[in-house]
Each structure stands twice: as structure tokens, then as C-alpha cells.
Design a protein around this ligand. Structure first.
Ligand SMILES: [Zn+2]
Length: 299
């Protein structure tokens, strides 16, 4: 995982990190990784672990992985005991998110996790700055940009392997009222203070409108959802040091739209494999496009 992230940093592309909550989502991610021949991160939140079961999640990942170049990552670890347990159970990478705490406490907690995880060769992502929005159990009303000078001190003192930065994205489906905009000036400043640290972009779903329309056309009611446009994401990873881009909301939208459409168009169908299998294929197609957007050019 560490060498993959440093390779992405040196060659200016990003590894897609996609959240899964069940077998279909996991298989879609692994299929897309194989299809594009790209390293891919399979993320689970604390909420997803509660839903699937910790041991069940890891067993499922290991069983599905085969020879794919995929990594199991804990997204937004808040609970120190849980993070350490995931390190022990064999995660490739964990995120410690103490970004809601004062700076010194964030440093202290992140350092503790780095020392624990690095003993077992597990990669650690930390976060500095605050993203607004809602993601599973992670909420914030306000956003606060990452301070480039604090970022340097933070990385030196904690020894974290990568850093999630707040540069204008937010969690969830309702990201922007007007045009989506990231603060590339702050990002460039951060890159100057920590040039060797792979950076991570959270809250980076595009919220594709054609899929939102499918949800609404087939009985759903999702209004005003808006994400980060894809040109902005392209710039973030190919012209900056963003090496990992997290996408969760988009996959939920594509999956839900596919299930709704299938059930409306096939009212007599009640074979679960048919509509979940179809949704899995739709998510796989979407992921292939995403990985090609973020990924190594001329891969
Ligand atoms: Zn996030």
C-alpha cells in the first residue's frame, strides 16, 4: 500500500478508494480493479463494519480478493480500540480521524495509532482540517481548510503515511449550492510544506445527475444533490499531489438507481440475484470510468 501510494505521488495519479457495505459492492470494486489493471482501495467505515460484522467483512474481502491488486482500508476510524483491532485482524491500511479534536490531541491520537500500526506494517492515513457534511457516523456543520504550516508539523510529529486534507469538498450528496470549487491555492501551499506526503481527497463524489434522474424517474425523491465536477477531480490528481480519492455517495446512487429501475421495469421479478446482480454490473461500469479518470494516464 505504501509503495503504491508513493508511486501515485511520483507519477501524478490517484488510487480510487471506494466504500462497500455488502458482497455485491465489494465484487464490483474488485472487478473494476481487475478490468482496469489498477490498484484499488476497498474502504469500509465503522458503520459498514457494524452492518457487515468485523470478522465477516475481512473474511469476505480475503475470499474475494484472489490475485487482484486491492487493499482493505478502514475509513474514518474514530474509535482507537476498533482501529487497533482492525490492524490486528489484517487490514492493509487504517484511517485515524481525530480531525474534530484540537490540534495537539489530533497529533497525540494519530501518533499512537501510527506507532501501533507501523509495527505491523499497516499504512496510516490521518486527517487535518474539517469537511462539512454527513458520512455514516461522521458529521460536521462547519468546514475548516487544512492549514499548510500545521500540516508540516502534524506529519513530522505523527509519522502518518498520508494526509486527508480539507480544501473545499464535503461529505454526502449535497455538496455545493452553486458551482463546485476546490481551493487549489491552499492545496499548492500544502504541497510545498509536505511535498513527500501523499494527500487524500475525501467527499469527492461527483453525484452524477443522470443517475440521480434514474432514481427520481423510478419512484425515488432525491432533490438538489450535487457533487464535485470531474474536471476538478482530474486536476486534483494529475496536477497536484492527491493520490487517493474517496468515493462513496456515487456508488450508493448508481446502485439504488439500478435497483429501482430494474424492479419497476420487471414487476414480476423477485429473484434477489437478478436485481442485485444487475446493480452490481452497473456499479462496476461506473467504477471503471472513475478509475480511468483518476488513474495512471496511458495505463
Ligand atoms: Zn471521508
Amino acid at each position: 500500500m505504501k509503495s503504491e501510494m508513493l508511486k501515485a505521488l511520483n507519477e501524478h495519479y490517484a488510487i480510487g478508494a471506494f466504500n462497500f457495505v455488502n458482497l455485491e459492492m465489494l465484487k464490483a470494486i474488485i472487478d473494476a480493479s481487475k478490468e482496469t489493471n489498477s490498484p484499488t482501495i476497498c474502504s469500509v467505515s465503522e458503520g459498514a463494519l457494524k452492518y457487515m460484522g468485523e470478522k465477516e467483512c475481512i473474511a469476505m474481502f480475503n475470499a474475494c480478493k484472489n490475485n487482484a491488486n486491492v487493499y482493505l482500508h478502514l475509513d474514518h476510524g474514530k474509535n482507537l480500540d476498533l482501529i487497533k483491532r482492525m490492524v490486528d485482524l489484517g487490514f492493509d491500511s487504517v484511517m485515524i480521524d481525530a480531525s474534530d479534536k484540537p490540534f495537539d490531541e489530533n497529533v497525540k491520537l494519530t501518533k499512537e495509532i501510527c506507532e501501533y500500526a507501523h509495527r505491523k506494517n499497516v499504512f496510516v492515513e490521518a486527517e487535518l482540517g474539517t469537511l462539512a457534511g454527513v458520512e455514516d457516523d461522521v458529521h460536521s456543520e462547519i468546514s475548516k481548510y487544512t492549514n499548510p504550516n500545521e500540516a508540516k508539523i502534524f506529519v513530522e510529529e505523527t509519522g502518518c503515511d498520508s494526509l486527508a486534507v480539507a480544501i473545499g469538498t464535503s461529505h454526502g450528496a449535497y455538496k455545493f449550492k452553486g458551482e463546485s470549487k476546490l481551493n487549489f491555492e491552499i492545496l499548492s501551499e500544502i504541497e510545498k510544506t509536505i511535498p513527500n506526503t501523499p494527500l487524500v481527497l475525501h467527499g469527492a463524489s461527483s453525484v452524477p445527475q443522470e443517475y440521480v434522474e434514474i432514481i427520481n424517474k423510478f419512484g425515488g425523491n432525491v432533490q438538489g444533490a450535487k457533487g464535485v465536477d470531474e474536471n476538478t477531480l482530474y486536476e486534483a490528481c494529475h496536477q497536484h499531489n492527491i493520490c487517493k480519492i474517496n468515493t462513496d455517495t456515487d456508488l450508493r446512487i448508481v446502485f439504488t438507481g439500478a435497483v429501482r429501475k430494474y424492479l419497476v421495469e420487471n414487476p414480476k421479478e423477485f429473484d434477489i440475484r437478478k436485481y442485485l446482480g444487475n446493480a452490481k454490473e452497473e456499479v462496476t461500469k461506473y467504477l471503471i470510468e472513475k478509475i480511468n479518470l483518476f488513474g495512471k494516464i496511458n495505463n
